[in-house]
Design a protein around this ligand. Sequence first.
Ligand code: ADP
Ligand code: ADP
Length: 230
Amino acid sequence: MSMIEFHDVEKYYGDFHALKDINLTIDKGEVVVIIGPSGSGKSTLLRSMNGLNTISSGKLIVNNFDLADKKTDINKIRREVGMVFQHFNLYANKTVLQNVSLAPQLVLKEDKAQSEKEAMELLKLVGLEDKAQSYPSMLSGGQEQRVAIARSLAMKPQALLFDEPTSALDPEMIGDVLDVMKKVAADDGMTMIVVTHEMGFAKEVADRLVFMADGEILEDDDTKSFFAHP
Ligand code: ADP
Ligand code: ADP
C-alpha cells in the first residue's frame, strides 16, 4: 500500500525550476532518507507531502488523497502527516506536557486526562518524563527537539516528515535525537521521510535512500545497494 505517490511532479518558484519530473512512491511503513546538496529541492519535496508547499503540475497522492483536488481537506492531511522541523517551534509559554497534549485536546477532541496520560507515555519514549512540568526555555536544543517529536506523535500520524531535524543542534545533542528517531522508525506501521545529512542514521535505519541534485531525483535505491556503490 502506498502512502505517498508523486507522478510527473514539477515545482516552479516564479521562473526557478525547483522540482523536475519527480516520480516517487513511498509505501506505508517505509523509512526513506532524502539526501543531496543544499538547494537541491529536498525541503521543497518534503514540504509538498503535507501541503506546506503546492506543486506546479503533475499528480501528488498522499494517503489516498489527491493534493491537487480542491475537495481534499488539507488540515486532515496535516493531521495524518506530521512534520518535525529544524527549529522546534514549541510553545514557549506552555509546559512540556501542555506542548504535547494540547493539540490532541483541541484537534482530536481527547479529554484532558487521556491526552495527558498519552503525552506522559510519549515523554517516556523520548526520555523526558522528568521534564513534563518544565518550560521549553529550560531545555537544551536536543531536549526541545525530542519534545517536538513527542508532540508530532501525539497526533497519531500515519506518516512523519523530518526536515533536517538535527542540523540546528550542538553535536553532543544529535545522538539522543537520532536514537528517538530510531525508536519511531522501529514502529512498523509508521512511514518516515527524513531529510538529513546524518549518513550513519541513513545506513542504519533507512529502507531506501533518495538522492537529489538540482531539483531532480538522481538515485532512488534500497539502502544496501546505495552503500554498495563503488
Ligand atoms: P534543499 O532543501 O535541498 O536545501 P530547497 O527545497 O530548500 O532545497 O530549495 C531548493 C531551491 O529552491 C533553492 O534554490 C531555494 O533557494 C529555492 N527556493 C526554496 N523556497 C523558495 C521560495 N519560497 N521561493 C523561491 N525560491 C525558493
Ligand atoms: P532551509 O533552512 O530549509 O534551507 P531556507 O533558508 O532555504 O530554509 O528557506 C527559509 C524560507 O525561505 C523557506 O520558507 C523557503 O521556502 C524560503 N526561501 C528559500 N529560498 C528562497 C528564495 N530564493 N526566495 C524566496 N524564498 C525563499
